[in-house]
Design a protein around this ligand. Structure first.
Ligand SMILES: Nc1ncnc2c1ncn2[C@@H]1O[C@H](COP(=O)(O)OP(=O)(O)OP(=O)(O)O)[C@@H](O)[C@H]1O
Ligand SMILES: [Mg+2]
Length: 240
């Protein structure tokens, strides 16, 4: 099992949306995926409950993850899924360092704003601290979210410059601001079961999700393959 944690200490950065998109894309590639919902507001759990019989096969969600039950839940799941995605709450919590410590890869969703960038910087500093003090090197990338493809705002440019200065990897594929990504939570659907007549630019949202899924998969592959070779947990299937 490979663990990908989504973290930004600033609330509303787009973590849960990114988790939902990636979980569905990895599932579509044929992997079994579990999501740990560590947000007491349970957005992704509610979405999953609403899906009913439209739940993608091989996708599961575990609710009420806390600092005191994370270890146990990871141990229970270790041999039964290919990927575990952890959706953290949008604030500093004891769970953050704990979840990072379990991660094979960390994705840091960031909207093009100074406040989001500060929340990302908190996570990056913690990752650097774990690297220097504990020798725990956890690969990570920033993922831009809610981007308007037509304009690069000054705030977004500043975020990009900050990442370059800190030498933090930025994924090429951003998540574009789209109604489909917003609406998918309320309607009990996935991007692939929504009605294209009711959601504008659904195809573009699906394409965006697909491109992101492919890029993240390619990016994490060397790390998760190394992990699969090291550990006795079930090796990744379908890896060419
Ligand atoms: N690409 C997008 N297009 C449109 N709306 C989006 C997009 N990404 C996120 N949103 C909306 O922005 C809001 C915050 O997104 P989301 O819940 O994913 O952030 P979060 O980081 O998980 O927040 P929290 O810190 O509260 O857990 C939600 O209303 C969501 O629907
Ligand atoms: Mg969330």
């Amino acid at each position: 099992m490979s663990v990908i944690t989504f973290a930004n200490t600033k609330g509303g950065a787009g973590k849960t949306t990114a988790v939902l998109i990636l979980a569905c894309e990895l599932q579509r590639m044929g992997y079994s995926v579990a999501v740990f919902d560590a947000d007491p507001q349970r957005w992704i759990s509610k979405w999953f409950e609403q899906l009913g019989d439209k739940r993608p096969k091989g996708l599961s969600v575990v609710s009420y993850i806390t600092a005191s039950n994370l270890d146990l839940n990871i141990r229970e799941l270790k041999n039964s899924v290919d990927f575990l995605l952890i959706d953290l709450p949008g604030a500093r919590s004891p769970l953050l360092a704990q979840a990072l410590g379990y991660s094979d890869y960390v994705l840091i969703p960031v909207q093009g704003s100074a406040m989001d960038a500060q929340g990302a910087a908190n996570v990056i500093e913690l990752l650097q601290y774990l690297d220097i003090k504990a020798g725990l090197h956890i690969p990570h990338s920033v993922l831009l979210t809610r981007i308007n493809p037509m304009v690069t705002t000054r705030a977004l440019q500043a975020v990009k410059e900050m990442l370059e200065t800190k030498r933090v990897h930025l994924l090429e594929t951003p998540i574009i601001e789209r109604a489909a990504f917003r609406d998918v939570f309320g309607v009990g659907e996935t991007l692939y079961t929504m009605d294209p007549q009711r959601v504008s630019n659904l195809e573009k949202a699906q394409h965006n999700a697909h491109m992101l899924g492919m890029e993240v998969f390619r990016r994490i592959l060397p790390y998760v393959t190394a992990r699969a070779q090291r550990s006795e947990s079930k090796p990744l299937l379908n890896v060419a």
